[in-house]
Design a protein around this ligand. Structure first.
Ligand code: SF4
Length: 429
């Protein structure tokens, strides 16, 4: 989401004649777009911001903007911590950025706090979002990101998102389709539809499956991905839509967070371990090639050894294709932050290490099952170190293989010859 927001901010400023520079020292404006999903992310953002004080000293006219969820959460406290910041820009205020920067140049000594979380998406002229689209994402000019909704209504007890990004707001289907069309016209072949909980997307009478079917009609688009899905909102209609589509990749990121019913209830996740497992069974029955990835958290308040073991068993039962694992950290203002953070840091670290070890073992086993199989791979680019081409399977696995680069952007059949935990090695058939 932050990548996509940064893209929008960059485009807005380009329209005003700004261009990117390679180093902060050469910038007239410095924007730090931040994440506060965990304390660690927030600490890193603030420490980097503090390190930029030297730039302010060297160039007093530089305008500093702190944007994103940390800005939204800390609001005017940012000015106390880092007085050289000119603008604190909340997550719903990014369209105001060019105007606020111009004002900051006019009145360099004024502090601007723009952190109003809005109830609705702004009413904008048709084609506005597509006019802000770049044809590229971070890693490849072939892959684009399109935000389809903002905010979240789920209020998982540990999560700061509903507080810093507000309630769920979906973009109209026509805006999303025209944004995808623009990206495809600019050279994208794969689109990632983004939202905190994409499968609760709703615009007028259209749900997420309806949206996917509309996006699928875009000529020239070859692959569709989306992120993130909430397990409680994966409908049969969505499963069938993925099953029946040739463009929607067989990959679902389905954060489980925990395998313990007691902890899932404390997290307010809205499903039980059994319901999660039944959902996975149903998905695998309909889409046998599905790749399922997940997020898992250890050390949630009250997590006992038995709860953690339930999470380990869940990993074994589901056989995830990848897992993003985290230690719980209390986010001030959330429901869970009112509970005692009673799992000692050492225990959290030990559990995380044990969980990672198991996940890596399971992922490697899963990858080995691909040996000898031929996977459709989108050729993305030359890998930096390996002197090989790199691409992704429909299941979102990274594959390295030899080639001269003429096929970059193409979908090629690649036979898998070696399997590692985080990548595969193959040969074009
Ligand atoms: S679904 Fe839960 S974890 Fe995900 S963004 Fe919403 S509140 Fe946060």
């Amino acid at each position: 989401m932050n990548d996509a927001d940064s893209e929008v901010m960059g485009r807005l400023l380009e329209r005003e004649g700004y261009g990117k520079v390679d180093f902060p020292e050469g910038a007239d404006v410095i924007i730090l777009n931040t994440c506060s999903v965990r304390q660690h992310a927030e600490d890193r953002a603030l420490s980097y911001l503090a390190s930029l004080k030297r730039v302010r000293k060297e160039n007093p006219s530089t305008v500093f903007v702190l944007a994103g969820c940390v800005a939204q959460r800390l609001k005017s406290k940012i000015f106390e911590k880092t007085p050289f910041v000119n603008i604190v820009l909340g997550t719903d205020n990014i369209l105001e950025l060019p105007k606020l920067i111009e004002e900051a140049f006019q009145k360099p000594n004024e502090k601007v706090l723009a952190t109003e979380v809005k109830g609705d998406l702004p009413k904008l002229a048709e084609g506005f979002w597509s006019s802000l689209s770049y044809g590229c994402a971070k890693n490849s000019e072939l892959m684009g990101q399109v935000t389809i909704m903002r905010g979240c209504d789920n209020f998982c007890s540990y999560c700061i998102v509903p507080y810093v990004r507000g309630r769920e707001k979906s973009k109209p289907v026509s805006d999303i389709v025209s944004e995808v069309e623009q990206k495809v016209a600019d050279g994208c072949k794969e689109i990632m539809l983004l939202g905190q909980n994409v499968n609760s997307y709703r615009s007028n009478s259209s749900d997420f499956a309806d949206l996917l079917r509309e996006v699928e009609k875009v000529n020239g688009l070859e692959r569709i991905r989306f992120m993130t899905s909430h397990p409680k909102d994966v409908s049969e209609k969505l499963i069938n839509t993925i099953r029946d589509s040739s463009k929607i990749c067989e990959h679902l990121h389905l954060p489980a967070q925990s395998g313990s019913n007691r902890i899932l209830e404390g997290m307010n996740r809205g499903y039980t371990r059994q319901q999660y497992l039944e959902l996975i069974d149903k998905i695998k029955r309909e889409i046998p090639k599905i790749s399922v990835t997940t997020d898992l958290m250890v050390g949630f308040p009250g997590e006992k050894k038995e709860d953690f073991e339930d999470t380990l068993r869940l990993v074994e039962d589901v056989e995830f294709d990848a897992a993003f694992t985290f230690k719980y950290s209390a986010r001030p203002g959330t429901q869970a932050a009112k509970e005692k953070d009673d799992v000692p840091l050492e225990t959290k670290k030990e559990r995380l290490a044990e969980l990672n070890e198991l996940c890596e073992k399971m992922v490697l086993e899963k990858n080995r099952r691909l040996l000898g199989k031929v996977e459709e791979v989108m050729v993305e680019r030359f890998a930096r170190k390996e002197k090989k081409l790199v691409g992704r399977t429909r299941g979102n696995k990274r594959v390295f293989f030899s080639g001269d680069g003429k096929d970059i952007g193409e979908l090629l059949p690649v036979e898998i010859e070696k399997a590692y935990t985080w990548s595969l090695l193959g040969r074009v058939r």
